[in-house]
Design a protein around this ligand. Structure first.
Ligand SMILES: Nc1ncnc2c1ncn2[C@@H]1O[C@H](COP(=O)(O)OP(=O)(O)OP(=O)(O)O)[C@@H](O)[C@H]1O
Ligand SMILES: Nc1nc2c(c(=O)[nH]1)N=C(CO)CN2
Length: 183
């Protein structure tokens, strides 16, 4: 798709392109878990990211609890984090998948309960779009999920209006711990 076809609202970016040498970009990731010691697995992932080459953790949202959306099983804990990174969006995805595997993530079926889920939500900015076979940015389902938009509203209030969030509140997302939960 040509960049112009996306209009002014979205800029099509190359998911394999890292920032120029010596530079970095912001990225927002989603964290979730509904099996095992959920908060501990999510906190460990953030510590591992903070210790990874080319990644700095700049801000972490509060921790939110909710029932599974479009699924069944135990309650979830969710949060989002803002990173600063010199990795490409795809390199970041691969790193997140390595951390999921290290936390014992299995994929027996779609939306199955999991020990750790890490998603790339946004890369570079709100209007950056990436379309790769295994990576879509913005995350294609993030705007339908209160467990993403409630914490995103904390870190980037200009990007989430009350009008967007209100219709999703029946999903029942409850703030359970403040933003220092992972330290
Ligand atoms: N922005 C993204 N972040 C993470 N994975 C993505 C993204 N875009 C596409 N994918 C692809 O989605 C595939 C399935 O990911 P995963 O098993 O984590 O899905 P899920 O968390 O169960 O569901 P959902 O994607 O609805 O949150 C991955 O193999 C990955 O290649
Ligand atoms: N509450 C909640 N529901 C979900 C979640 C999640 O992280 N939290 N993730 C899903 C697939 O990624 C499907 N449903």
């Amino acid at each position: 798709m040509a960049t112009e076809a996306l209009g002014q609202a979205q800029r099509l970016a190359n998911g394999d392109a890292a920032p120029p040498a010596g530079q970095s970009l912001r990225a927002w990731i989603g964290l979730g878990a509904n099996l095992g010691d959920r908060g501990a697995a999510m906190a460990q992932a953030l510590q591992q990211l903070a210790g990874s080459a080319g990644v700095a953790v700049q801000a972490v949202s509060s921790l939110y609890a909710s029932r599974p959306v479009d699924s069944t099983g135990p309650d979830y804990l969710n949060a989002i984090a803002q990173l600063q990174t010199s990795l490409s969006a795809h390199q970041l995805l691969v790193l997140l998948q390595q951390l999921e595997l290290a936390a014992g993530r299995e994929r027996p079926y779609r939306n199955a309960p999991r020990t750790l889920d890490l998603d790339v939500l946004l890369y570079a900015d709100i209007d950056t779009s990436i379309a790769m076979p295994d990576l879509q940015v913005p995350h294609p389902r993030m705007w339908q999920r209160a467990f993403v938009l409630a914490p995103l509203q904390e870190l980037a209030p200009a990007w989430v209006s009350e009008a967007q969030l209100q219709p999703l509140l029946p999903q029942g997302v409850q703030r359970s711990q403040g933003p220092d939960w992972w330290r």
